[in-house]
Design a binder for this molecule. Structure first.
Ligand code: NAD
Length: 293
């Protein structure tokens, strides 16, 4: 991506590990700010970026950006909505399969010299109910993969998605029905005030005993303390995202170290293909905006 930006004539200052206070001091020198989900692009940063013309999010989620404020200041905001859809959906299926077949434990056991045949009897996906919360690009793709495994698809979304569900013979249901009916529940909503901790003590209590849960979405969509409280009832939980990344607090340690929980370090978009697409499409979007400046 850096080489390509340079090829297009940009003078690039690449600082992947930059801290917020450093960025605040230097942001005024730049026309374009390219960032990932870690950096909070709020009023303070935008006000200090007196020359900023484009905020370019290397990824999908804009929950770390004050988009309305940027636009009110005449700054364009671009992201890359589709580049990582397949990778995130594939990771979701990998995590669901890992939960159903106890893959973390069996692989780890063999690596430590054991041969635990018969100790970790798994489950088939075929015939199970897959509940998808947020039936957009990623949720839709997960439905398609789930259907290929013979799963029955239930979806909850604020939009009417019944037409989109037709291809996978899925049904649109309300949140309570989805949580209480499904064998595995997967989250694919954007992080907004309405989705913040949408899985909390009350909603988690609707999930049936022994059901599985995955979150490759945003950590803040689940109330961590409430999830820990419900873990003993659940079949297993797989998370690519946490409320605190990396996990450092005692609360997070309780979650991450729990035997029913497997965690990957926010790698949803981290495939060669998604990263190539992210870079190409983000540069394309930046150049499109520049054409109109
Ligand atoms: P999308 O916009 O295509 O789909 C989101 C869906 O959620 C939409 O259909 C929308 O109507 C629905 N929705 C919004 N608010 C809702 C609510 N309150 N209740 C129910 N449904 C609601 O987005 P997408 O491309 O599928 O991406 C979804 C999210 O995945 C992103 O916002 C991002 O947070 C996350 N993501 C994670 C990674 C990762 O590395 N783990 C990578 C990419 C994206």
């Amino acid at each position: 991506m850096i080489d390509n930006l340079t090829k297009y004539g940009f003078e690039v200052n690449y600082q992947p590990g930059i801290q917020r206070d450093q960025l605040l001091k230097m942001v005024a020198d730049y026309d374009v700010l390219v960032f990932r989900g870690r950096m909070r692009v709020d009023k303070e940063l935008i006000d200090l970026g007196s020359n900023l013309k484009i905020l370019a999010r290397y990824g999908v989620g804009l929950d770390n950006v004050d988009v309305d404020y940027a636009i009110s200041k005449g700054i364009a905001v671009v992201n890359v909505p589709t580049a990582s859809t397949v990778s995130v959906a594939e990771l979701t299926m990998a995590l669901i399969l890992s939960l159903f077949r106890n893959l973390y434990y069996v692989i780890h056991s063999v690596k430590t010299g054991l041969w635990p045949k018969g100790e970790f009897v798994g489950r088939e996906l075929n015939g199970k109910k897959l509940g998808i919360i947020g039936f957009g690009r990623i949720g839709g793709r997960v439905a398609y993969y789930g259907r290929a495994f013979g799963m029955k698809i239930l979806a909850y979304d604020v939009r009417n998605v019944s037409r989109e569900l037709r291809d996978v013979e899925g049904v649109q249901v309300d949140l309570t029905e989805l949580l209480s009916e499904c064998d595995v529940i997967t989250l694919h909503v954007p992080l907004t005030p309405s989705t913040y901790r949408m899985l909390n003590d009350k909603t988690l209590s609707f999930i049936r005993e022994g059901s599985f849960l995955t979150n490759v979405n945003r950590g803040e969509v689940i109330d961590t303390a409430a999830l820990i409280k419900h873990l003993d009832r659940l079949g297993g939980v797989a998370l690519d995202v946490l409320e605190e990344e990396p996990p450092r607090s005692e609360l997070m340690a309780k979650l991450v170290e729990h035997p029913k929980v497997i965690v990957t370090p926010h790698i949803g978009s981290e495939t060669v293909e998604a990263m190539d697409r992210l870079a190409d499409e983000l540069i394309h979007n930046i150049l499109e905006v520049i054409r109109w400046l």
